[in-house]
Design a protein. Sequence first.
Length: 233
Amino acid sequence: MSGRPEAGVSVPAIAQQVTVRILTNEGAGSGAIVQRRGRTYTVLTCAHVVDGISDNRYTILTADGNSHSARWLRSIEFGDTDLALVQFTSDRSYRVVVMGDSNALSVGDTVYASGFPNWISVNSRFPVDTHNWGLRAYRLTTGRVGMLSARSLERGYKLGYTNDVENGMSGGPVLDRNGRLIGINGRLKYALADIGAYTFADGTVPSEVLFRQMEALSWAIPIATFQQKVGRF
């Protein structure tokens, strides 16, 4: 899948249009618009972005700057996988991301990661809280697939990539070179929990050599995992 984008494809434009900010009373995260049915839009995000909110009230900030009341679609369950669906309604037309094929990825393929960092370092001493920045906090990073783990880490993470991903970008899309959704951001580089943060779903941990390779990468849940849970969305 490596190479140049298809003619006429602007991945930065697609990323900005399909990426939303999810605001809660406790914090903020990101998401990707994955479906429209009539006036109802469905956003795919990480479960850790939306859980812990007792009143099930969220605000979705779309690329046009509008805010929408949203709710967590709890009827669709993902078990231990760190995914969730959130829905909002609107008469406006918003772009829906096209599903890609994460199973067709190869190490070295170009990927794009987007979302809304909760903090931006103006300089090394004074990081700025972006919760009131709205869309101004948006960030798109470019990198490459660094590892395709044969075994899943805890909560479904299997896609390692070199892009820098910041706190708050969790739930945002990882796109291939043609702007298709191939993963959901969720784990940052160099986790504070050290090797324990890279425990596999079966409870084992990687070797020291593998761990050093893994900690230098951001990690996403492949879109194939989502599709296995809900079918061809």
